[in-house]
Design a binder for this molecule. Structure first.
Ligand SMILES: NC(=O)c1ccc[n+]([C@@H]2O[C@H](COP(=O)([O-])OP(=O)(O)OC[C@H]3O[C@@H](n4cnc5c(N)ncnc54)[C@H](O)[C@@H]3O)[C@@H](O)[C@H]2O)c1
Length: 256
């Protein structure tokens, strides 16, 4: 595994998948910048990881705000001097059909999931171009490829990221490698939030979902972290402009 000694920025790094990735990258010997809009969790993670001898800092950040993304890049460069890898992972979720939503819902989901990626890439890419190299991993979703019932805005926002990943690979060819990762059903606070409103208790509901997945279990943030570490490493140097599925075989299921 060649993911060692790199400066890695992880957005949404204080919860679920991003937290699992931040912890795993730090344990592998990288310098990790954990960014999110959860300052309490971030401060606690920074203290814990530094106390364990890892190199990690927390930067409070809102991916939907350009000034905040400029600040994230400035703080990263001030602390570690470069940005080798970016895991653009912060995301927002909401449930509903198009007729259930209003403009504020659109602005939230597209503001975080799509504009958030645009603003982050806009400020990280010049740093990577200046360095002559960089690797970007964007957390997409199987939702980009399935019309999940009552997930119209979320699915559409993830679909947009799939095309963005391809554009990044062509626009920054030879300098920046951009890859997507598409988690399926990963046990995180976001997944548990999606259980609200059902009559069945959360754990029973998730156990039932797990039995429908071909590997017969939910994914964990650690599952995603191990794949993410490979995708960001030089071992994955020929994977570019496409997304890797991380869904336990869910997409292989026939529709009956
Ligand atoms: N859990 C799953 O099953 C699953 C499946 C497919 C894709 N994903 C994607 O994985 C990513 C992480 O999701 P998760 O399940 O770990 O959810 P989560 O809710 O546990 O974590 C989301 C993180 O994003 C951060 N965040 C949200 N809005 C932000 C903003 N405006 N600025 C900065 N940070 C912000 C939150 O603070 C949190 O740290 C998301 O992009 C999500 O769409 C999750």
């Amino acid at each position: 595994m060649s993911l060692e000694g790199k400066v890695i920025v992880v957005t949404g790094g204080t919860s679920g998948i991003g937290e699992g990735c931040s912890r795993h990258f730090a344990a592998l010997g990288n310098q990790v910048v954990i960014a999110s809009n959860q300052p309490e969790q971030g401060a606690a993670m920074q203290e814990e990881l530094q106390a364990a001898g890892h190199e990690a800092i927390f930067v409070e950040a809102d991916v939907s705000d350009e000034g905040s993304m400029q600040n994230l890049v400035t703080r990263t460069l001030a602390s570690y001097g470069r940005i080798d890898c970016l895991m653009s992972n912060a995301g927002a979720w909401c449930e509903g059909k198009v007729t259930d939503f209003n403009e504020a819902d659109w602005d939230l989901i597209f503001g975080v999931n799509v504009k958030g990626n645009f603003l982050l890439l806009k400020h990280v890419v010049p740093v990577m171009e200046e360095q002559g190299q960089g690797t970007i991993l964007i957390t997409s979703s199987v939702a980009a490829f399935i019309g999940f019932p009552a997930h119209a805005l979320y699915c559409a926002s993830k679909g947009a990221l799939e095309v963005l990943i391809r554009c990044m690979a062509t626009d920054y060819a030879g300098v920046i490698r951009t890859v997507g990762i598409c988690p399926g059903t990963i046990d995180t606070p976001m997944l548990r939030a999606s259980c609200a409103g059902w009559d069945t208790p959360e754990d029973e509901l998730l156990a039932d979902v797990a039995q429908k997945i071909p590997v017969r279990r939910l994914g964990t943030p650690e599952d995603v972290a191990k794949a993410a570490a490979f995708l960001l490493s030089d071992d994955a140097g020929y994977i570019n402009g496409s997304s890797v599925m991380m869904e336990g075989g869910t997409l292989a299921l026939p529709p009956w």
